[in-house]
Design a protein around this ligand. Structure first.
Ligand SMILES: *[C@@H]1O[C@H](CO)[C@@H](O)[C@H](O)[C@H]1NC(C)=O
Ligand SMILES: *[C@@H]1O[C@H](CO)[C@@H](O)[C@H](O)[C@H]1NC(C)=O
Ligand SMILES: *[C@@H]1O[C@H](CO)[C@@H](O)[C@H](O)[C@H]1NC(C)=O
Ligand SMILES: *[C@@H]1O[C@H](CO)[C@@H](O)[C@H](O)[C@H]1NC(C)=O
Ligand SMILES: *[C@@H]1O[C@H](CO)[C@@H](O)[C@H](O)[C@H]1NC(C)=O
Length: 234
């Protein structure tokens, strides 16, 4: 038996947009395409324009975050960012590269993050209307999805497998790993716990779903599903 856990982490939804935004045929991001961190850089948009992938300038500072955000609301709420939340300076670049996948590098060339996807030059990236940025290879197989590497947010249709986790950020503008963690343990229990930020040590489990079943392990929690079903297998 598959025990499904439902959790509503986002309580506010986007206002329904009546007029579909005209897509300009640039929905598919080809290998070789790149984005640069500037004030007026155009992100890669989903077909409806609801979600954007690119660099978001954090407050008025000279630091940018590679992220996915709701593009149609004034606050441009970030729903995903590159692991650890590293800020990069103006002029940094993210490129979809042959053999590498997404590669984030600073202006002097220092690599900060990569999706580590060994793609061919016929692969492409796609910002889906669900908020999932996917890399699809030449045989139409998904080789990387932002949904499989959640940071602090789970979106509708997103699934977390056992050992998956999301972590709060330090503050509204500091995206380094913060104080709270939600994780689905390998034994099927969903827990919330606190972290000591300086040391990174996790302690104080203050919520436990009690969905671990030692009598019959197949009755233990398997996935955390927000809204609809899906599966990440690599
Ligand atoms: C465990 O639970 C599943 C689903 O309820 C059931 O089909 C299976 O027979 C159970 N196994 C044992 C050993 O009780
Ligand atoms: C948008 O951001 C401002 C400034 O951080 C905040 O005061 C406001 O509550 C936010 N609005 C929403 C709807 O989250
Ligand atoms: C990437 O894929 C190619 C073609 O399948 C293969 O020859 C190569 O060894 C792979 N490289 C890595 C680093 O896995
Ligand atoms: C975008 O998401 C929808 C809904 O999950 C899915 O049916 C579709 O295949 C996705 N598109 C791509 C290119 O992954
Ligand atoms: C664990 O599974 C057993 C066997 O299916 C069942 O009788 C029992 O009620 C389950 N316990 C919990 C806490 O779900």
């Amino acid at each position: 038996m598959l025990l499904v856990l439902y959790l509503t982490l986002l309580t506010t939804f986007l206002p329904f947009s009546i007029v579909a935004q005209q897509t300009n045929g640039n929905d598919f991001v080809p290998v070789g395409a790149s984005l640069t961190a500037t004030d007026d850089g155009m992100p890669w948009l989903s077909p409806s324009g609801d979600f954007a992938f690119g660099f978001q300038r954090i407050q008025q500072k000279e630091s940018f975050l590679l992220s996915i955000w709701y593009d149609k609301i004034p606050n441009k709420t970030v729903v995903w960012y590159s692991k650890g939340g590293p800020m990069v300076p103006r002029g940094s670049k993210v490129e979809l590269r042959d053999g590498r996948g997404l590669v984030l590098s600073e202006p002097q060339g220092k690599e900060v993050w990569t999706s580590e996807s060994n793609i061919s030059d016929r692969a492409y990236g796609f910002m889906n209307d669900t908020g999932n940025f996917v890399i699809v290879d030449a045989i139409s197989r998904k080789v990387w999805e932002s949904f499989c590497f959640p940071t602090d947010t789970i979106l509708p249709t997103q699934v977390m497998e056992r050992s998956g986790e999301i972590n709060s950020k330090i503050s509204e503008t500091n995206f380094f790993t913060g104080r709270y963690q939600l994780t689905l343990l390998p034994d099927g229990n969903l827990i919330l716990r606190k972290r000591d930020i300086p040391s990174g040590i996790l302690y104080n489990v203050y919520y436990r779903s009690n969905t671990r079943n030692d009598t019959n392990k197949t009755n233990s929690g398997l996935q955390l599903i927000f809204d609809e079903s899906g599966l990440c297998i690599f």
